[in-house]
Ligand binder design. Structure first.
Ligand code: URP
Ligand code: ZN
Ligand code: ZN
Ligand code: ZN
Length: 460
């Protein structure tokens, strides 16, 4: 099967030019002006932007968490991602404390194998670092192709590790060419504030926000950067939200240390005023919480200055019924919000269209950098000869309204209900096949492949 995409404006992290793309099988075999080739299918991309398939390196599909499971599974979640122009996601395996990494991997394989519609990979969350866990790291990197290890500095009693475990893990992961991702907030301080608010009878979603002040994130981000520097292990801070935390990383990087920073789309476009309503605010109960307007400006600046490398989602959806588990106690509201389908269009509309970032920056932070950081480049994350034909045709002018009534995520509300966006994903190709066209998904579960990743460089 061959496809010719004609007359498109191709945007990569570096380039912006008019050309045709010829696809044979799963990969791109030629790019050029007026290509003279025979193709089985021709797609006219006139008036469209032709960009690489989006990569969302932070999603939680069918994840056991806070007494329930996130409501998108591998089928619904990766399909919704495709509708929104994201062709590859990286999900998190969670080790159960007291059990092995391999048993967690087996469990996640059980849920994902033959169920994904779009491509996916895994980060391995190490929640119990001990001598047995240490022995498993090499196998996970070299045999399983999982080269990033997630750590939590919060969620004590469930996911959190202490600093001696962190340093031990960093030394082992560094030895085998991996990277440490971190949820960097001070778990002890947060637990203290949660208990204090509850003792005072302060139980509304607003107190979720007030239990995780900026300092809890700034402190942990700086501490993580210091431990990563000491051990020489590549580090990646997930879902960074605020000025204090970014400044901690900026300070660290003065010493020529790379600490990669990811933010998520919600922290760029939403703010904490959403918590100033009654239980409705539970829609945005996530960790870390939404911040202030000044933090949004800091994050946009971070993207432009290159200190923030990736815009992900931390997609972790829960049905309203599930959010109601915390009706009388904010600490029981399952943490997370849905965005896997909205990220690319929100970032285009709010970022590119409103003049906050360039088109090249858009591709860099939504597609390319994640592929480079996590060992998938140039197979994924760009449009180039030999790369997987993961391609999105985006109409930069089409307006549309975000709504739970029309989205494809398995969740009965939207954090962006009624937002009018400019710029719509029209056609999506994944490994040389049209998977989305005209608001229809053309493939079924099982099309999505697990992507084994290479060892990481720690530099991009
Ligand atoms: O609220 C969130 N972020 N839920 C998912 C788990 C995590 O901390 O990333
Ligand atoms: Zn294995
Ligand atoms: Zn987190
Ligand atoms: Zn997360």
């Amino acid at each position: 099967m061959s496809i010719l995409i004609k007359n498109g404006r191709i945007i990569t992290a570096a380039d912006d030019y008019q050309a045709d793309i010829f696809i044979e099988g799963e990969t791109i075999s030629a790019i050029g002006k007026n290509l003279n080739v025979q193709a089985d299918q021709i797609i006219d991309a006139s008036g469209k932007l032709v960009i690489p398939g989006g990569i969302d390196p932070h999603v939680h599909l069918e994840m056991p968490f806070m007494g329930t499971y996130s409501s998108d599974n591998y089928e619904t979640g990766t399909r919704a991602a495709l509708f929104g122009g994201t062709t590859t996601v990286i999900d998190f395996i969670l080790q159960t404390q007291g059990k092995s990494l391999q048993s967690a991997l087996d469990e996640w394989k059980g849920r994902s194998t033959n169920n994904a519609v779009g491509d996916y990979s895994f980060h391995m969350a190490v929640t119990d670092f001990n001598e047995n866990t240490r022995k498993e790291i090499q196998h996970i990197v070299e045999v399983e192709g999982i080269t990033s290890f997630k750590t939590f500095m919060a969620y004590k009693g469930a996911l959190m590790i202490n600093d001696s475990q962190m340093v031990g893990l960093m030394e082992e992961v560094k030895k085998h060419g991996g990277l440490i991702n971190v949820h960097a907030t001070n778990g002890d301080m947060i637990d203290y504030l949660i208990a204090k608010h509850k003792a005072e009878g302060k139980l509304e979603p607003l107190y979720h926000y007030l239990s995780q002040p900026e300092v809890t994130e700034a402190e942990a981000s700086g501490r993580f950067a210091d431990m990563a520097n000491y051990t020489g292990c590549p580090g990646y801070i997930v879902h960074l939200t605020c000025e204090g935390a970014l400044n901690a990383v900026r300070n660290a990087t003065k010493r020529n240390q790379n600490v990669f920073v990811e933010t998520c789309i919600q922290y760029l476009v939403l703010d904490a005023s959403l918590y100033e309503q009654n239980f409705e605010g539970a829609k945005w109960v996530m960790s870390p919480p939404l911040r202030e307007k000044k933090d949004q400006e800091t994050l946009w600046a971070g993207l432009n200055q290159g200190t923030v490398k990736v815009v992900a989602t931390d997609h972790c959806p829960f049905m309203w019924e599930q959010k109601l588990m915390g009706k009388d106690d904010f600490s029981k509201i399952p943490n997370g919000h849905p965005a896997i389908e909205n990220r690319m269009e929100l970032l285009f509309s709010e970022g590119v269209n409103k003049g906050k970032i360039t088109l090249n920056k858009y591709v860099e932070v939504a597609c390319t950098n994640a592929a480079k950081i996590f060992g998938m480049f140039p197979k994924k994350g760009t449009i180039a000869i030999g790369s997987d034909a993961d391609i999105v045709l985006l109409d930069p002018n089409e307006k549309h309204i975000v709504s739970a009534k029309t989205h494809h995520m398995n969740v009965d509300y939207s954090g962006y209900e009624g937002w009018e966006l400019t710029g719509k994903v029209k056609t999506v190709l994944l490994r040389g096949k049209v998977v989305i066209d005209n608001n229809e998904c053309k493939v079924s579960k099982g099309y999505g492949q697990f992507i084994k990743r290479k060892k990481v460089q720690g530099k991009i």
